[in-house]
Design a protein around this ligand. Structure first.
Ligand code: AVI
Length: 319
């Protein structure tokens, strides 16, 4: 019976150092940019959970509907007793849809947001006393690794939410091939991928009427102000998100409302009026382009499920 969560490895990360290095580097180039992994402090993780409940953000509910429909088939494909490894586990909501049908031997939640990871896995352990629950705080955008002893024989990696879309295509290929090498022969990857669609639907999802995505984007500046020595002021920026059709990605930016100088760790950075800080890409794939990517990383596509409108897809790939 699982009474507690076993915490592994890299925990705690030196996130403050990583944030400082990324801000100093990203603000020194033109166009200015920051990697999206820094969205996820506790407040950012909570805002992301709120985004997932917005009516415009079809991704979460569509993926959940697909998983509910496909779970029995997934269980037949994977069989019981696996190590279930969830990358970017966040609130560990979606995995709950799989647990009863998959009956894994162990669950490992992997996330960059330390306290969020711990509270979510603790709740999971309390709700599923038969499950052996583990937590691994890790920045898998740098390198996909696992605590020792995991995925040695029977493993299923779960990477829901189209989080792969936040990697550039070369980063996505590298991550998939690292993951492929971590899995035992016959090990599987169950992955959610958002699909290219009408620009209106895509842009609405990243510009919800309640302003939650805007708050999520602007929280990055709050985080810089709180964690670094900085006077950056979120009220002097606005949220912008649009679909870049050529690159097949939603881009999120923070736009400076004025010409301003921002101080960070003793250095000064000039933002011109309307200048952008590029904070996120969210790549959208076709079924064919994702399958080709997965194959190029060494995976064999075994099954794929979509909703009737083909908004979202879930793929089962094996090593
Ligand atoms: C986590 N990731 C897949 C989300 C996405 O849709 O790219 C993050 C997000 N950004 C804005 N809204 C949601």
């Amino acid at each position: 019976m699982a009474l507690a969560v076993q915490v592994h490895g890299q925990y705690p990360l030196k996130q403050q150092d990583a944030l400082r290095d990324a801000v100093l580097a990203g603000f020194s180039v033109s166009p200015k940019w920051l990697p999206p992994k820094f969205f996820y402090d506790r407040r950012g993780s909570e805002l992301f959970e709120a985004i997932c409940r917005q009516p415009e953000y079809y991704l979460t509910r569509t993926e959940e509907q697909i998983l509910v429909r496909a779970v029995r088939e997934i269980g037949e494909l994977t069989g019981p007793g696996a190590d279930l490894l969830e990358f970017g586990s966040g609130a560990s909501h979606k995995v709950r849809l799989l647990l009863e049908a998959l009956r894994p031997a162990r669950y490992l939640g992997i996330d960059i947001s330390e306290d969020f990871l711990l509270s979510s896995t603790r709740r999971l352990a309390a709700d599923y006393p038969w499950l052996d629950v583990h937590a691994f705080c890790s920045d898998f955008s740098q390198c996909a690794i696992l605590p020792e002893g995991f995925a040695s024989e029977h493993a299923l990696a779960f990477f829901p939410g189209s989080s792969l879309g936040n990697f550039t295509p070369p980063q996505a290929r590298r991550f998939l091939s690292e993951l492929q090498q971590l899995l035992p022969k016959g090990g599987g990857l169950l992955i959610g991928i958002d699909l290219v669609k009408d620009r209106k639907i895509l842009e609405a999802a990243y510009n919800d009427a309640a302003g939650i995505t805007a708050a999520f984007n602007l929280n990055l500046l709050e985080r810089i102000r709180n964690e670094l020595d900085s006077d950056i002021d979120r009220s002097r920026f606005r949220h912008r998100a649009f679909f870049n059709e050529i690159e097949s990605r939603i881009e999120m930016h923070l736009i400076s409302k004025t010409t301003q100088d921002v101080n960070i760790e003793g250095r000064q950075f000039r933002f011109e009026n309307d200048e952008s800080l590029h904070t996120e890409n969210s790549y959208k794939y076709s079924l064919e382009s994702f399958t080709a990517l997965a194959k190029s990383a060494g995976f064999e596509p075994m099954a794929c499920w979509t909703d009737l409108k083909e908004l979202f897809s879930v793929h089962y790939l094996v090593r």
